[in-house]
Structure formats: structure tokens, C-alpha cells
Design a protein around this ligand. Structure first.
Ligand code: MG
Ligand code: MG
Length: 255
């Protein structure tokens, strides 16, 4: 069942979303060679909890142990922060963050360069952010879920990159994962129709090579089968009569 949110609930989600967006901005300012992913996680948790009532959505969700998912290079999503994972110059690091506040969740992700990165890594991040923007642009009343996926897929595959199929975006609200599923591929006019009050997380996971995935022995970290790079950008978006409202943007950041 797809739950529609009241204007008041959407305002609550926007407050949670602002904290998510500010956390990702903090990560963008903080990432540098030599830090561990545990360092990033600790800074994010402290920042989130400095807002009265706000808690990290991920901690304990399905048993996940940390505040952030941090996924480096060929890791697509669900990397577990660790004192043993050190950021290296030239890597790209995907940071995924959720915040629960006043009974509602918000969810966003961004991929951050560690120092100077290759032109190809840079292009992958840019195209993934552009594919997210295209997906958000299609999140309009009267369109369908398939229009969002089609928009994402057109940008990503048009640039020669792969679109991960095994992981998808999702409805979000009082529960972190709600219906509907929001794939990053699809056909126009297919899937559930978008109505005012729907809130969804749109989250392209885009690969340099094969879009196929596998899960590591830690049972969490999802990586590309061919070891090539992956990027991940995500926003929580409310469908409104005035168009898509991005709830996790801060300033002009696209991710
Ligand atoms: Mg997320
Ligand atoms: Mg999500």
C-alpha cells in the first residue's frame, strides 16, 4: 500500500531531510585521504544527534550497526564504516544517510571524491548526479514510477554507464522502506501513478562497467561483479501539485 502524507507530515520530513542534507555537506567538507570510514561515521552521528529528537535511521535497521553506509570505489551500497577502512587519494566514496525525526524518516546519498580523482571517476559522479536530477524532474503528478526510472536510465546509459537493477529506490515515511519500489530503469507510463502526498527516495546506483552486483561475506557490502567503480546519489522527494519537492537538498547541492 502506498501511503500519502499530509502537508504537515511533509514539513516534518523536510526537517529530517535538512539534517540529512547538512550531514552530507559535512561529509563533503570532511572527506580527505588518511581518514577512516569510522571517523566519518562518528562525525555524522554526533552531528545528527546534536539536533533534539533526531536519530540515525540506519542504526539497527535490519541489524545494520552504524549511522552511515559508506561504500568506496567498486562498492555500490551498504558498506559498513570501519576503523580499518582508510580513505585513499583518488578513490570515490559513496555516503548514504538517513535521519528519523518526529516519527518520520528522510534518506539521501552522495558520492564524494577523495582528493584528486581520474577524469572517468569524475564523469561517473557527474552523470550519476545528472541522472538523479532527471529522475527528480520526472516525479510529477500524473506521471508514473516508470517515468522516473526511464529518465534516470536514459541519462546514465546514454553516457555509456550501467544501471544497477538489483537495488532500487523506495517509498519513505513513518517506515524507512515503504511502497512503491522506485527502479532506476523502466518505461514511461508504467507502474503506479504519482499522486500528491507520495514521498519517495530516488537513488540511482550507476556503474562504470557491468551493472551486475554481488554481496561480500560481511553480508552487507554490495559491490560491482567486475570491480569497476560505482556512484550513488539519492534524494527524498515529495510529489506535490506544484511539482517535485526535494526534501533533502541543502543550498544548491544536487546530492
Ligand atoms: Mg539512502
Ligand atoms: Mg534509500
Amino acid at each position: 500500500m502506498i501511503t500519502l502524507k499530509s502537508p504537515r507530515e511533509i514539513e516534518s520530513m523536510a526537517r529530517a531531510g535538512r539534517i540529512v542534507g547538512e550531514t552530507l555537506q559535512l561529509m563533503r567538507r570532511t572527506v580527505r585521504p588518511g581518514l577512516t570510514t569510522e571517523d566519518l561515521d562518528a562525525a555524522a552521528e554526533e552531528f545528527i544527534r546534536s539536533h533534539p529528537g533526531a536519530v540515525p535511521s540506519f542504526k539497527g535497521l535490519y541489524g545494520f550497526p552504524k549511522t552511515l553506509c559508506i561504500s568506496i570505489d567498486e562498492e555500490i551500497v551498504h558498506g559498513i564504516p570501519s576503523r580499518k577502512r582508510v580513505l585513499r587519494e583518488g578513490s570515490i566514496v559513496s555516503v548514504d544517510c538517513g535521519v528519523h525525526l518526529d516519527g518520520l524518516h528522510a534518506d539521501a546519498a552522495t558520492t564524494i571524491p577523495v582528493g584528486a580523482v581520474s577524469a572517468e571517476a569524475d564523469r561517473l559522479m557527474r552523470v550519476t548526479a545528472e541522472s538523479l536530477a532527471a529522475g527528480v524532474g520526472a516525479a510529477r503528478v500524473g506521471n508514473h514510477i516508470g517515468d522516473i526510472g526511464h529518465a534516470v536510465q536514459t541519462v546514465a546509459e546514454g553516457a555509456g554507464f550501467g544501471v544497477v537493477r538489483e537495488l532500487v529506490g523506495h517509498g519513505i515515511g513513518t517506515r524507512f522502506h515503504e511502497e512503491p519500489q522506485v527502479p532506476n530503469y523502466g518505461s514511461p507510463k508504467r507502474g503506479p501513478q504519482l499522486r500528491p502526498g507520495m514521498t519517495i527516495a530516488i537513488e540511482p546506483m550507476i556503474t562504470q562497467g557491468s551493472p551486475l552486483t554481488k554481496t561480500l561475506k560481511d553480508k552487507w557490502t554490495v559491490v560491482t561483479v567486475d570491480g569497476k567503480l560505482s556512484a550513488h546519489f539519492e534524494h527524498t522527494v515529495a510529489i506535490t501539485d506544484d511539482g517535485p519537492r526535494v526534501l533533502t537538498a541543502v543550498g544548491e547541492t544536487a546530492g
